[in-house]
Design a protein. Structure first.
Length: 71
């Protein structure tokens, strides 16, 4: 080392950090929880509601029973 130190210098300003931040995206757990809630909700729908969204009871049950970790 030559004795020169730049330890006191900031690496970048706050404005530069904000400009380079990646957009927020949902975490993997948030995605899986949303998937679980959606699939669980399908199992709660009655025949008329399923007809409104264009699904049969069999399709809703098949999707509703899929594991939340599978897309």
């Amino acid at each position: 080392m030559n004795g020169a130190s730049d330890a006191g210098l900031p690496l970048c300003t706050k404005g530069e950090v904000a400009r380079h931040e990646a957009p927020a995206s949902p975490s993997r757990w948030a995605v899986m929880m949303r998937r679980w809630r959606s699939r669980h909700a399908l199992l709660q729908l009655d025949a008329e509601q399923l007809r409104d969204i264009g699904l049969t009871r069999e399709q809703a049950v098949k999707e509703g029973l899929r594991p939340f970790w599978r897309p």
